[in-house]
Design a protein around this ligand. Structure first.
Ligand SMILES: [Zn+2]
Length: 409
């Protein structure tokens, strides 16, 4: 094979002298030696021709004719004679073929990185096995981790929020470009100094969209004093919802039944047995929360530790802590009012559906069938919940080990 042909087929071997190629079972072994006269120090960049020693590296290359290729490459170690350089000696690298501490050739590393990015570690391991490139999954994941970080422009509108690496213990901060919704960076904690440092290193942020945590406010003021700070929509809505809900629950004793409407009574109609007025039952979730709160408080009053309460009742320690720290049951019921918006109207709707009274046009099945698929499904889901209650067995007290965790835990 002529030199020209060889370089067309294997351009990454242009910098070495191939001495021998032989098939060895599933392997293709290539014996080669570095062909360059001098090498550059990786630390100072200075060229050196003074050889310190010689050694051999084994470099795995892409498969040829279904055989895994192994290059047995003779390399040299050079002295670095630059006086100010920290290195005394250094190993030479072949441009386009080798990299420091890498067991795969540069083109092979690029292929493996693409495979790892496309299919991940385990699937990549299986795939490379079929391509005669057998590579472990951890090697593939390491290739992803060693990729350089993509350059991200400093966003004009920056979103700042925290997230849990380990809930209740370790939190970090994520920065989002609010105009493209792309993650920009992750900070290792959620302190003011870290955020301020990032903002100083990335000037140009005009608007900082954050939650109401004091640390972020301080960090934003310090790091980007000219930026406008706004509360993000999610936290505004959530805070408003929580405040209103807490207020309503706290004052629910003051709520009165609406006065009956002064309209003429409808003509007497034989009422089926199921149209007896149904009092809105307390939601099961509220009942369960009340029972758990009572049980937790009773055990704690008896001197049982929180850990033992958790074991005895089969509750998560976080749940026990929440129940123990609650000043009253109302603090817990704020978060248990699920699906409660229609509870007050259920008796009325049950009565309407069982007395064959005409439903409003917007609620009739006929109009619902004309509506969109999503609207039809909503109607179906809603109407089934409004159906007359089926006779039920008396609910038994849930055993703690069978109970699911309460909301918010
Ligand atoms: Zn040097």
């Amino acid at each position: 094979m002529s030199t020209v042909d060889f370089r067309i087929l294997f351009p990454h071997l242009a910098g070495v002298r191939v001495e021998m190629v032989r098939a060895d079972g599933p392997l293709l072994r290539v014996q080669a030696a570095a062909d360059q006269v001098e090498a550059s120090c990786p630390d100072c960049g200075g060229a050196s021709r003074r050889v310190h020693s010689r050694y051999q590296r084994r470099i795995y290359d892409q498969a040829v004719a279904g055989r895994r290729t192994v290059i047995h490459l003779k390399l040299r170690r050079f002295f670095c004679d630059a006086g100010e350089c920290r290195k005394t000696t250094f190993a030479e690298q072949v441009t386009g073929l080798t990299a420091r501490h890498a067991r795969h050739s540069v083109p092979t590393r690029q292929v493996l990185t693409r495979i790892a990015l496309a299919v991940g570690g385990r699937a990549g391991q299986r795939l490379t096995g079929h391509l005669a490139l057998s590579t472990g999954r951890m090697t593939l994941l390491r290739l992803i981790r060693t990729m350089p970080e993509p350059a991200v422009a400093t966003p004009r509108v920056l979103g700042v929020d925290d997230f849990a690496l380990r809930r209740g213990h370790i939190y970090a901060t994520i920065l989002i470009d609010m105009e493209t919704h792309a993650p920009v960076d992750v900070l290792p904690d959620r302190t003011a100094d870290t955020l301020a440092g990032w903002l100083r290193e990335h000037p140009g942020v005009e608007i900082i969209c954050r939650d109401r945590a004091g640390a972020y406010a301080e960090g934003a003021s310090t790091g980007a004093p000219d930026a406008v700070q706004v509360a993000d929509r999610f936290h505004l809505w959530r805070n408003l919802g929580q405040a209103v809900e807490k207020d309503v629950v706290a004052h629910r004793g003051d709520l009165r039944e609406p006065a009956p409407e002064p309209v003429a009574p409808p003509p007497p109609r034989p009422e089926p047995a199921t149209t007896a007025p149904v009092q809105p039952a307390e939601p099961r979730l509220v009942t369960r929360t009340r029972e758990r709160y009572t049980a937790v408080q009773r055990l704690l009053a008896d001197g049982v530790s929180r850990a033992d309460v958790s074991r005895q009742l089969g509750l998560d320690p976080h749940t026990v802590r929440r129940f123990a720290d609650a000043a009253s049951i109302n603090d817990l019921l704020v978060h248990t009012r699920r699906d409660s918006l229609i509870d007050a109207f259920k008796p009325h709707l049950n009565q309407r559906s069982t007395t064959a009274a005409p439903m409003p046009a917007c609620c009739s099945p006929r109009s619902a069938s004309k509506a969109s698929g999503a609207a039809s499904r909503r109607y179906a889901a809603t109407s089934s919940r409004f159906a007359p209650p089926r006779p039920r067995r008396r609910p038994t007290r849930p055993h703690p080990s069978h109970a699911t965790s309460p909301p918010g835990s």
